[in-house]
Design a protein around this ligand. Structure first.
Ligand code: HEM
Length: 433
């Protein structure tokens, strides 16, 4: 991603340009941030955290579904796209910050007239407010690129909107800063021989300090210094922004494709039942993942055929020939993921939903042809977490529940901007026999 000076003015004004990863064009600072992000997210204990929290939060989700939809004989309808959003919000915030988030509980309280979630309501309100602010940021930040500074500063309609977004950003920064400060304090108060929690925030705070197992006090390299609070905030913020809607929408698309491909669904159920031997409640573990290769193939095939991110930007550093044309340096291009994923030069029968293609021993997607997570230096650093979370979630959902679309004839309801988001997915749910 490289934005021109004009395009990035608004992001500077909002205070998000040059921080974290996504909007960071300064190579040294991006590389430093990326190193911390990758080191934390790719560590083996993080894979453990991902399976653990997917199971734990799924149990919580089931407790709400049980009360709202699963009692009695009547089939009840739910909008899966809304629940998946609450789930992935709680998941990413808990995994990245180590602070429990309760947006599923908040949504349950909204839907349930009589019973309320067994969580302190002040805690629910606080996390719901936090998540609403994150959502407002995701939906509104493009205003700072698309609308000129003149309109944003002097035209009341845009000025109000942009002032509101700036206030929202201030609130988010305060909230992140207080979480970071609290965690630094907790780390300081924990004796060196006592373990710390495994969330990303803790890992990036302790990286390159004596609490880090890889710490070497003899290395006196500026590039290996610990992160400041503002740097920590930048990468945690980006992880939350990039890791919520992407996974939430992909799981909705998985439900949709399974409903339309009963033979695939049957094969998946066989794999799940073989792995869990009729145990419908034990938590999923990392070792289960080795036995869920068909589920993983489904996640990849859905991501190929209906990628949630539809394109991503690049800027040419030097003149290049692309598609037979010469392009000067600094040309901005968008790489069209959908076009590449549906191109018969790269994929056999590209329009066919065929998870088996991923299981063929000789199969390897052609170079740069599976780009749902982008590619090159900037490739999505959350891809392993995303695939693990999606495989676990698909397995947990279908291990115990029968999920049908309310209207199988209806096409998917989506809206496209930076990502293709599912706006509604009405399903009927009941326990599997
Ligand atoms: C299905 C889920 C996901 C999809 C489809 C996805 C897709 C992408 C894509 C296409 C990019 C741009 C890559 C490029 O320019 O080459 C990206 C970047 C990024 N993603 Fe993901 N992502 C997903 C989940 C996640 C998760 C769970 C996280 C974090 C926990 C995450 C964090 C990031 C970050 C921080 C970047 C910016 C990287 C950089 O600029 O260095 N993503 N993602």
């Amino acid at each position: 991603m490289k934005l021109s000076e004009d395009d990035s003015k608004g992001y500077h004004e909002l205070g998000i340009m040059g921080k974290g990863l996504v909007l960071n064009q300064e190579f040294k600072s991006w590389r430093y941030n990326r190193h911390f992000f990758t080191q934390a997210i790719l560590s083996p204990k993080f894979v453990h955290e991902t399976t653990y929290w997917t199971s734990k939060l799924f149990e919580e989700l089931e407790s709400y579904w049980d009360k709202l939809y699963l009692k009695g004989d009547n089939k009840k309808v739910l909008d899966f796209s809304l629940w998946s959003n609450q789930f992935t919000n709680d998941m990413i915030i808990t995994l990245l910050t180590g602070e429990r988030s309760y947006t599923m509980a908040g949504y349950f309280n909204e839907l349930s007239d009589s019973e309320k979630a067994e969580r302190p309501s002040a805690l629910i309100d606080e996390t719901v407010k936090f998540v609403h602010a994150i959502r407002k940021h995701i939906l509104g930040f493009l205003l700072f690129q698309i609308i000129s500074p003149f309109l944003r500063h002097y035209f009341p309609y845009f000025k109000n909107k942009s002032d509101d977004m700036k206030e929202n950003m201030k609130y988010l920064n305060r909230r992140f800063d207080s979480i970071i400060k609290k965690r630094r304090q907790e780390i300081e108060n924990t004796p060196l021989d006592k373990p710390l929690s495994n969330d990303m925030l803790t890992s990036v705070i302790i990286a390159n300090t004596p609490r880090d197992v890889n710490y070497d006090k003899n290395i006196n390299d500026k590039a290996m210094r610990p992160m400041t609070d503002i740097e920590v905030r930048g990468i945690i913020f980006d992880g939350i922004i990039a890791g919520t809607d992407t996974t939430a929408n992909t799981i909705s698309y998985i439900i949709y494709y399974l409903a339309h491909n009963p033979d695939v669904k049957k094969k998946m159920l066989d794999e799940i039942d073989r792995t869990f031997q009729d145990d419908k409640i034990r938590p999923i573990t990392e070792s289960d993942l080795h036995n869920l290769k068909y589920c993983e193939a489904i996640v990849k095939e859905v991501s190929r055929i209906f990628s949630v991110v539809n394109s991503f930007p690049r800027c040419l550093e030097r003149p290049e020939e692309i598609a037979g044309y010469q392009w000067p340096a600094n040309t901005h291009i968008r790489i069209n993921i959908d076009a590449i994923h549906h191109n018969s030069e790269y994929w056999v029968e590209p329009e066919k939903f065929n998870p088996d293609r991923w299981l063929n021993e000789d199969f390897e997607p052609k170079k740069n042809s599976f780009i749902t997570f982008g590619g090159g230096l900037r490739v999505c650093p959350g891809r392993k977490l995303a695939i693990t979370e999606l495989v676990c979630l698909t397995t947990l959902l279908y291990r115990k529940y029968e999920i049908d679309l309310v209207n199988k004839e209806a096409s998917l309801r989506t809206v496209s901007s930076v990502i293709t988001a599912c706006t509604e997915l009405l399903v009927e749910i009941r326990q599997r026999n």
